[in-house]
Design a protein around this ligand. Structure first.
Ligand code: PAF
Length: 297
């Protein structure tokens, strides 16, 4: 098997989790605006360890394959920054919540370069510098965003990794999966952030009407966008995720608790924007967003 150089842009919990998951034949480089050229060791609570390189985000060394694991709000600018370093046939996989950055990234890449979008339900938490905790085993799907492409060595490595990623060749199925995740995030993330609860905390009668209403509203927007979502099935799916991740804290809950930027604009803001375009009353979601934003201060 050939050696593969993989750059990970956004070395947060998910970035480090991916770095630890990749097969041994991958040479991993973590890129971040604050990093200097060097090496470091990363590890997790299951005993996995790996030596990785570190480089500044704008380092000119060539990039053949990259995983973008930044928060949704940073994806477009991170891709813009590494653009001059991308090989003519580079592969880039985006792995974030929400909708919007996929098109921004696709717009700035060249025709020979391959953009993939990944959707994962894996969970990881940052415990300290270079150290993470693997909080949930999930599934990972990756596929093309706009037009079908032949998967390259990055996808092969991801499928062989401990993430056991699954390749979905049909862009419309990838879009469908992004929407399903978006609806799940819309139902779980803002309520857990606002009420400071783990995901399973929403399973009580107190919160059920709120997440049911959010799921129904998000499904209405999806259907108006031509995504064939089945509402009862989606409600079941949301509840399944809450049960499966009952003790985990959602990414938005963690961001609000730590005073960090959230993915609310790409999850909730994007739903509101698209809902309004279809003349759907998005006021319930607008109110929730402003309560979440204010709860962080
Ligand atoms: O954003 C998150 O935390 C996750 O996508 C999810 C599915 C809500 C589980 O915590």
């Amino acid at each position: 098997m050939d050696e593969l150089q993989v750059d990970i842009i956004g070395p947060g919990a998910m970035g480090l989790h991916c770095a630890l998951a990749l097969p041994a034949r991958c040479q991993v480089t973590l890129r971040h605006p604050d990093y200097r050229e060097g090496t470091t060791e990363i590890s997790d609570d299951t005993g996995r360890r790996r030596q990785v390189r570190t480089r500044p985000l704008n380092d000119p060394s060539r990039i053949a394959a990259a995983l973008v694991t930044t928060k949704a709000g940073r994806v477009a600018s991170a891709v813009q920054t590494v653009l001059p370093a991308l090989d003519a046939e580079a592969e880039i996989l985006l792995l974030h919540n929400g909708l919007g950055p996929q098109d921004q990234a696709a717009d700035c890449m060249s025709p020979g370069q391959r953009l993939y979008v990944g959707i994962t339900t894996e969970g990881a938490l940052r415990e300290g510098p270079g150290v993470i905790r693997h909080t949930g085993r999930g599934s990972t799907l990756a596929g093309p965003w706009r037009t079908p492409v032949t998967p390259g060595p990055l996808i092969e490595a991801l499928c062989q990794s401990s993430l056991q990623a699954h390749w979905e060749p049909d862009p419309s199925q990838v879009r469908f999966a992004v929407w399903r995740k978006l609806i799940i995030n819309c139902a779980i993330n803002p309520l857990t952030a606002l009420h400071n609860l783990p995901n399973g905390g929403l399973l009580t009668d107190t919160y059920r009407p709120a997440w049911v209403a959010l799921t129904q509203l998000a499904c209405q927007v999806a259907r108006a966008e031509g995504i064939r979502i089945d509402v009862p099935e989606m409600l079941e799916q949301v509840e399944t995720v809450m049960r499966a991740t009952a003790r985990n804290y959602s990414s938005m809950q963690q961001d609000v608790q730590h005073g960090r930027e959230t993915e609310a604009p790409q999850i909730l803001g994007e739903l509101i924007r698209r809902g309004r375009q279809h003349s759907i009353d998005m006021q319930p979601l607008e109110e929730l967003v402003s309560r979440v934003v204010n709860s962080g201060h």
